[in-house]
Design a binder for this molecule. Structure first.
Ligand SMILES: Cc1ncc(COP(=O)(O)O)c(C=O)c1O
Length: 443
């Protein structure tokens, strides 16, 4: 039996972990396969099956697994200690690297996850403006802070009018006060968004945007939309803050590079940890001053036991030093090549396909034109089932690992050979599931 060992581990897991897992993203029916080892773009499970990894721990491994320069640097650091109740020089060197890299990163504070970075960003905006509310796009995922997750799973049954989207809870028991303090707008819809924001002007501390939000459909924010938000925030005394936890990989200075304006604050995570848990808040000196412990009164006291630990700082420093201008252009070019080949494969198989995304990441939709909004990208159960069957086909038959939305997040370890294998697996999947794909596309 191919999956006997994983099944046995999963049976044990069910006894001690809710649903047998520690993060819902890796859940797979009937059970997940357990990893034995991973290197570069290959990941091998305990059954000895090797897959090509296009998920890269949900976009966080920019150089793939066990990147040798990181392994060497971290191995050396571990012999000198892993976390201290003292500062370490590597956090300063890494802060210099990121602040010198990105215009508008005057100061940076390191922390332990993207969730924490978004939470700190919201708190800094509240402390700076003295206002309670935030505004965010319907459907956008920003981690699991109560306020940031509002309306992330909005569905036809509860999302309300597009002119005035409801603030919907993700977790049962979310306090009404949290919902009241989150203003929800439709992504990329300038007119409606400004009308919604105007109704709460004076109470909004920040407008929170992910420039290429995955759960909205991996759609890129239009430049006009970002500019409109920027000007609205200038006029109304609010901050414009970006969640670049995922999108920092898209260009050398993040997705923000392609817009004519700079956000006041940026939340970071994923790739800047070099494979280790990380988060960071970066931005303009006047807002970052909220965190300065020399201030009196200190408006935003912030700590974290493992923040800026030397292992993460070392790994991040090495990983990001290697992710230079040339590496960014190269990874984006090979990702574009993959998108072109997959589009050709879909045409060959006769299935409708559109591909959204930016830089080194893309997401597939079984429809001939790309969705323009969260509500258009939203997958009712039947359509989601077809996508899940396709993901499973890639995983079991094609030996390809994608994310659970069928998006691919490239690493610099991926070459043309893996792109060709991905394309072939996709073509086989399109052919095997053509009937189901066509039926779902017509709904
Ligand atoms: C856009 C975005 N923001 C924030 C987060 C939260 O990051 P973390 O999982 O490190 O808490 C994620 C995680 O996937 C994300 O995609």
């Amino acid at each position: 039996m191919e999956h006997q060992q994983s099944e046995a581990i999963y049976r044990r897991a069910l006894e001690v972990l809710p649903g047998g897992i520690s993060r819902n993203t890796i859940f797979r029916k009937p059970f997940p396969n357990y990893v034995e080892a991973a290197r570069g773009c290959k990941i091998t499970d305990v059954e000895g099956v090797t897959r090509i990894d296009f998920a890269n721990n949900m976009a966080s491994l920019i150089h793939g697994h066990s990147f040798q320069p990181v392994v060497e640097a971290v191995t050396e650091q571990i012999t000198k200690g892993t976390a201290y109740t003292m500062a370490s020089a590597i956090e300063v060197a890494y802060a210099e690297l990121l602040c010198h890299r990105v215009p508008g990163f005057d100061k940076i504070r390191f922390m332990n996850s993207g969730t924490e970075a978004v939470m700190a960003m919201i708190k800094a905006a509240r402390a700076f403006t003295g206002r309670p509310k935030i505004a965010k796009a319907e459907g956008a995922y920003h981690g699991t802070y109560d306020y940031a997750e509002v309306s992330q799973t909005a569905a036809p049954a509860n999302w309300g009018s597009i002119d005035h989207p409801n603030s919907t809870p993700v977790v049962q028991g979310t306090p009404q006060g949290v919902l009241n303090d989150v203003v929800v707008f439709p992504f990329n819809d300038i007119e409606r968004t400004l009308a919604i924001l105007d109704r709460q002007a004076g109470e909004i501390a920040c407008v929170l945007v992910d420039p290429v939000p995955h759960r909205v459909g991996l759609l890129q924010a239009h430049s006009e939309f970002i500019e409109a938000l920027y000007h609205w925030t200038r006029k109304n005394g609010a901050l414009l803050v970006f969640d670049e936890v995922v999108t920092f990989r898209v260009h050398y200075t993040g997705a923000q590079e392609k817009y004519p304006i700079r956000p006041d604050l940026t939340a970071l995570g994923k790739i800047i940890g070099g494979g280790f848990p990380v988060g960071a808040l970066a931005g303009h000196a006047d807002v970052m001053q909220m965190l300065d412990p020399r201030e009196s009164p200190l408006r935003f006291p912030h700590s974290g036991t493992f923040s800026a630990n030397p292992v993460t700082m070392t790994a991040g420093f090495v990983a990001m030093s290697h992710f230079d201008q040339e590496a960014v252009l190269k990874i984006n070019a090979i990702t574009q090549k993959a998108k072109d080949q997959i589009a050709e494969a879909a045409a060959l198989a006769g299935v409708p396909l559109s591909i959204t995304g930016a830089g080194s990441m893309f997401r597939m939709h079984f429809r001939s034109t790309p969705p323009q909004t969260y509500r258009e990208a939203y997958q009712p159960k039947e359509r989601a089932a077809v996508m899940n069957a396709f993901i499973d086909h890639l995983y079991y038959q094609g030996k390809i690992l994608t994310t659970n939305t069928c998006s691919c997040m490239f690493s610099t370890a991926i070459t043309q050979t893996e792109v060709d294998q991905l394309t072939e697996a996709m073509l086989n999947g399109f052919r095997a599931l053509k009937g189901e794909i066509l039926a779902a596309a017509n709904e």
